[in-house]
Design a protein around this ligand. Structure first.
Ligand code: AKG
Length: 241
Protein backbone atom coordinates (compact mmCIF):
# COMPACT_ATOMS: atom_id res chain seq x y z
CA UNK A 1 0.00 0.00 0.00
CA UNK A 2 2.83 2.43 0.92
CA UNK A 3 4.63 1.67 -2.33
CA UNK A 4 1.47 2.23 -4.38
CA UNK A 5 0.78 5.52 -2.58
CA UNK A 6 4.36 6.72 -3.18
CA UNK A 7 4.15 5.88 -6.89
CA UNK A 8 0.69 7.42 -7.22
CA UNK A 9 1.86 10.66 -5.60
CA UNK A 10 4.96 10.76 -7.81
CA UNK A 11 3.50 9.69 -11.16
CA UNK A 12 -0.25 10.34 -10.91
CA UNK A 13 -0.87 6.86 -12.31
CA UNK A 14 -0.25 3.33 -11.04
CA UNK A 15 -0.57 -0.12 -12.58
CA UNK A 16 -2.28 -2.79 -10.45
CA UNK A 17 -2.03 -6.24 -12.08
CA UNK A 18 -4.80 -8.75 -11.24
CA UNK A 19 -6.98 -6.14 -9.57
CA UNK A 20 -10.07 -8.30 -10.25
CA UNK A 21 -10.35 -12.08 -10.61
CA UNK A 22 -11.33 -13.82 -13.87
CA UNK A 23 -14.71 -14.60 -12.25
CA UNK A 24 -15.37 -10.92 -11.46
CA UNK A 25 -14.35 -9.95 -14.99
CA UNK A 26 -16.82 -12.41 -16.54
CA UNK A 27 -19.56 -11.27 -14.19
CA UNK A 28 -19.01 -7.62 -15.16
CA UNK A 29 -18.88 -8.46 -18.88
CA UNK A 30 -22.10 -10.48 -18.71
CA UNK A 31 -23.93 -7.83 -16.71
CA UNK A 32 -22.83 -5.05 -19.10
CA UNK A 33 -24.00 -7.10 -22.10
CA UNK A 34 -27.33 -7.82 -20.42
CA UNK A 35 -27.77 -4.15 -19.45
CA UNK A 36 -27.05 -2.92 -23.00
CA UNK A 37 -29.46 -5.40 -24.59
CA UNK A 38 -32.27 -5.35 -22.03
CA UNK A 39 -32.21 -2.17 -19.93
CA UNK A 40 -30.54 0.61 -21.88
CA UNK A 41 -33.48 1.43 -24.14
CA UNK A 42 -35.54 2.31 -21.04
CA UNK A 43 -32.89 4.67 -19.63
CA UNK A 44 -32.53 8.42 -20.28
CA UNK A 45 -30.61 9.45 -23.43
CA UNK A 46 -27.62 10.56 -21.36
CA UNK A 47 -27.09 7.03 -19.99
CA UNK A 48 -24.93 6.25 -23.04
CA UNK A 49 -22.91 7.76 -25.87
CA UNK A 50 -22.87 5.83 -29.18
CA UNK A 51 -20.10 5.62 -31.74
CA UNK A 52 -20.43 7.46 -35.08
CA UNK A 53 -22.33 4.47 -36.57
CA UNK A 54 -25.15 5.34 -34.16
CA UNK A 55 -25.28 1.70 -33.02
CA UNK A 56 -22.29 0.61 -31.01
CA UNK A 57 -21.96 1.83 -27.45
CA UNK A 58 -18.98 4.14 -26.90
CA UNK A 59 -19.72 4.81 -23.22
CA UNK A 60 -22.18 3.87 -20.54
CA UNK A 61 -22.63 6.61 -17.96
CA UNK A 62 -24.04 6.75 -14.42
CA UNK A 63 -24.12 2.97 -13.93
CA UNK A 64 -23.92 3.64 -10.18
CA UNK A 65 -27.53 4.91 -10.52
CA UNK A 66 -28.78 2.74 -13.35
CA UNK A 67 -27.30 -0.65 -12.42
CA UNK A 68 -27.22 -1.47 -8.68
CA UNK A 69 -25.72 -4.91 -9.46
CA UNK A 70 -22.42 -3.35 -10.57
CA UNK A 71 -22.13 -1.20 -7.45
CA UNK A 72 -20.94 -4.14 -5.37
CA UNK A 73 -17.61 -4.08 -7.22
CA UNK A 74 -17.13 -0.49 -6.07
CA UNK A 75 -17.97 -1.15 -2.42
CA UNK A 76 -15.40 -3.76 -1.39
CA UNK A 77 -13.57 -3.04 1.84
CA UNK A 78 -10.06 -3.79 0.47
CA UNK A 79 -10.62 -1.56 -2.55
CA UNK A 80 -12.01 1.27 -0.39
CA UNK A 81 -8.97 1.04 1.89
CA UNK A 82 -6.63 1.54 -1.08
CA UNK A 83 -8.75 4.42 -2.42
CA UNK A 84 -8.88 6.04 1.05
CA UNK A 85 -5.08 6.03 1.18
CA UNK A 86 -4.67 7.44 -2.33
CA UNK A 87 -7.31 10.14 -1.83
CA UNK A 88 -6.06 11.32 1.56
CA UNK A 89 -9.59 10.97 2.95
CA UNK A 90 -12.89 9.13 3.06
CA UNK A 91 -13.88 7.87 -0.44
CA UNK A 92 -17.23 8.73 -1.99
CA UNK A 93 -18.22 6.77 -5.11
CA UNK A 94 -18.75 9.39 -7.84
CA UNK A 95 -19.35 7.30 -10.96
CA UNK A 96 -19.31 3.89 -12.60
CA UNK A 97 -18.95 4.03 -16.38
CA UNK A 98 -17.44 2.28 -19.40
CA UNK A 99 -15.22 3.16 -22.33
CA UNK A 100 -16.15 0.32 -24.70
CA UNK A 101 -13.86 1.09 -27.67
CA UNK A 102 -15.64 -1.45 -29.91
CA UNK A 103 -13.76 -3.26 -32.70
CA UNK A 104 -13.31 -1.28 -35.96
CA UNK A 105 -15.41 1.75 -34.95
CA UNK A 106 -14.13 2.60 -31.45
CA UNK A 107 -13.29 6.32 -31.44
CA UNK A 108 -10.27 8.00 -29.86
CA UNK A 109 -10.19 10.11 -26.72
CA UNK A 110 -8.38 13.47 -26.97
CA UNK A 111 -5.67 14.41 -24.44
CA UNK A 112 -7.47 15.69 -21.35
CA UNK A 113 -7.48 15.96 -17.56
CA UNK A 114 -10.54 14.53 -15.81
CA UNK A 115 -10.71 17.40 -13.35
CA UNK A 116 -11.76 19.66 -16.25
CA UNK A 117 -14.98 17.55 -16.08
CA UNK A 118 -15.02 16.76 -12.35
CA UNK A 119 -14.20 20.30 -11.15
CA UNK A 120 -13.12 19.36 -7.60
CA UNK A 121 -10.86 21.15 -5.16
CA UNK A 122 -8.58 19.91 -3.71
CA UNK A 123 -8.01 17.55 -6.65
CA UNK A 124 -8.46 14.38 -4.57
CA UNK A 125 -10.42 12.40 -7.12
CA UNK A 126 -9.30 9.33 -9.07
CA UNK A 127 -10.36 6.72 -11.58
CA UNK A 128 -9.82 2.98 -11.40
CA UNK A 129 -9.73 1.76 -15.03
CA UNK A 130 -10.20 -2.01 -15.22
CA UNK A 131 -9.53 -4.02 -18.39
CA UNK A 132 -12.39 -6.37 -19.25
CA UNK A 133 -10.85 -7.21 -22.66
CA UNK A 134 -7.11 -7.56 -23.32
CA UNK A 135 -5.69 -4.08 -24.00
CA UNK A 136 -2.93 -4.18 -26.61
CA UNK A 137 -0.75 -1.60 -28.33
CA UNK A 138 -3.06 -1.83 -31.33
CA UNK A 139 -6.62 -1.59 -29.93
CA UNK A 140 -6.42 1.86 -28.33
CA UNK A 141 -4.72 1.61 -24.93
CA UNK A 142 -4.87 4.63 -22.62
CA UNK A 143 -1.57 6.55 -22.43
CA UNK A 144 -0.82 8.72 -19.38
CA UNK A 145 1.84 11.39 -18.83
CA UNK A 146 3.57 10.61 -15.57
CA UNK A 147 3.89 13.62 -13.25
CA UNK A 148 1.38 15.73 -15.22
CA UNK A 149 -0.96 15.77 -12.19
CA UNK A 150 1.46 18.08 -10.40
CA UNK A 151 0.73 21.18 -12.52
CA UNK A 152 -2.99 21.79 -11.84
CA UNK A 153 -5.69 21.95 -14.51
CA UNK A 154 -4.29 23.34 -17.78
CA UNK A 155 -6.31 25.55 -20.16
CA UNK A 156 -8.99 23.64 -22.07
CA UNK A 157 -11.00 23.98 -25.26
CA UNK A 158 -14.09 22.17 -26.55
CA UNK A 159 -12.84 19.05 -28.34
CA UNK A 160 -15.74 18.33 -30.68
CA UNK A 161 -15.60 14.67 -29.56
CA UNK A 162 -18.92 13.16 -28.45
CA UNK A 163 -18.44 11.69 -24.99
CA UNK A 164 -15.27 13.72 -24.30
CA UNK A 165 -16.30 17.31 -24.82
CA UNK A 166 -13.26 19.01 -23.27
CA UNK A 167 -9.65 18.63 -24.40
CA UNK A 168 -6.42 20.42 -23.64
CA UNK A 169 -6.09 23.80 -25.39
CA UNK A 170 -2.43 23.17 -26.28
CA UNK A 171 -0.56 20.05 -27.30
CA UNK A 172 1.73 18.89 -24.52
CA UNK A 173 5.25 17.92 -25.57
CA UNK A 174 6.63 15.06 -23.47
CA UNK A 175 9.64 12.79 -23.48
CA UNK A 176 8.64 9.20 -24.43
CA UNK A 177 9.94 7.98 -21.05
CA UNK A 178 7.36 10.18 -19.28
CA UNK A 179 4.55 8.25 -20.95
CA UNK A 180 2.93 5.20 -19.41
CA UNK A 181 0.82 3.10 -21.76
CA UNK A 182 -1.77 0.88 -20.09
CA UNK A 183 -1.22 -2.48 -21.81
CA UNK A 184 -3.40 -4.70 -19.64
CA UNK A 185 -4.68 -8.25 -19.29
CA UNK A 186 -8.34 -8.72 -18.31
CA UNK A 187 -8.68 -7.94 -14.59
CA UNK A 188 -5.62 -5.64 -14.50
CA UNK A 189 -6.20 -2.00 -13.57
CA UNK A 190 -4.64 1.40 -13.74
CA UNK A 191 -5.52 4.08 -11.21
CA UNK A 192 -5.04 7.70 -12.24
CA UNK A 193 -5.26 11.06 -10.48
CA UNK A 194 -7.87 13.48 -11.90
CA UNK A 195 -5.18 15.93 -13.06
CA UNK A 196 -3.12 13.32 -14.95
CA UNK A 197 -3.12 14.00 -18.71
CA UNK A 198 -4.22 10.95 -20.72
CA UNK A 199 -5.70 9.95 -24.10
CA UNK A 200 -6.35 6.94 -26.31
CA UNK A 201 -6.29 6.23 -30.05
CA UNK A 202 -9.22 4.85 -32.11
CA UNK A 203 -9.62 1.09 -32.32
CA UNK A 204 -9.34 -0.08 -35.93
CA UNK A 205 -8.63 -3.72 -35.02
CA UNK A 206 -11.02 -6.70 -34.86
CA UNK A 207 -10.64 -6.86 -31.06
CA UNK A 208 -12.87 -4.80 -28.77
CA UNK A 209 -11.23 -3.01 -25.82
CA UNK A 210 -13.77 -2.71 -23.03
CA UNK A 211 -12.75 -0.70 -19.95
CA UNK A 212 -14.84 -0.63 -16.75
CA UNK A 213 -14.26 2.53 -14.70
CA UNK A 214 -14.99 3.40 -11.09
CA UNK A 215 -14.48 7.01 -10.01
CA UNK A 216 -14.10 8.19 -6.39
CA UNK A 217 -13.64 11.56 -4.74
CA UNK A 218 -12.51 12.44 -1.25
CA UNK A 219 -15.43 13.44 1.00
CA UNK A 220 -13.41 16.58 1.84
CA UNK A 221 -13.43 17.92 -1.76
CA UNK A 222 -15.69 20.74 -3.04
CA UNK A 223 -16.80 22.09 -6.41
CA UNK A 224 -14.29 24.47 -8.00
CA UNK A 225 -16.64 27.13 -9.46
CA UNK A 226 -14.20 28.44 -12.09
CA UNK A 227 -13.61 24.93 -13.50
CA UNK A 228 -17.34 24.27 -13.38
CA UNK A 229 -18.17 27.33 -15.53
CA UNK A 230 -15.69 26.24 -18.22
CA UNK A 231 -17.11 22.70 -18.15
CA UNK A 232 -20.73 23.86 -18.48
CA UNK A 233 -19.84 26.08 -21.48
CA UNK A 234 -18.00 23.22 -23.27
CA UNK A 235 -20.57 20.51 -22.52
CA UNK A 236 -23.40 22.69 -23.86
CA UNK A 237 -21.66 22.53 -27.26
CA UNK A 238 -21.20 18.71 -27.17
CA UNK A 239 -23.87 17.19 -24.96
CA UNK A 240 -23.68 14.74 -23.17
CA UNK A 241 -20.35 15.09 -21.31
O1 AKG B 1 -10.72 4.40 -22.01
C1 AKG B 1 -10.32 5.35 -22.67
O2 AKG B 1 -9.99 5.25 -23.84
C2 AKG B 1 -10.22 6.73 -22.04
C3 AKG B 1 -10.45 6.66 -20.57
C4 AKG B 1 -10.48 7.98 -19.90
O3 AKG B 1 -10.52 9.03 -20.49
C5 AKG B 1 -10.48 7.98 -18.43
O4 AKG B 1 -10.22 6.93 -17.84
O5 AKG B 1 -10.69 9.05 -17.84
Amino acid sequence: MDQLKKKYDENGVIHVPEFLSAKDVSEIREELERYIHEDLRGKPADAATREADGEQVRNLWRLEEHNPCLRKFAERADLLQLVRTLLNGEPVLAAIETFNKPAKVGSGVPPHQDNAYFCRTPADKLTIWIAIDPVTNENGPVTYIKGSHLNGVLPTKPSGVKGNSIGLAEEVATAPEAEFCGILAPGDATIHHCNTIHWSAPNTTDSPRLGFLMVYRGAHTEVDQALRETYVAASTINSPS
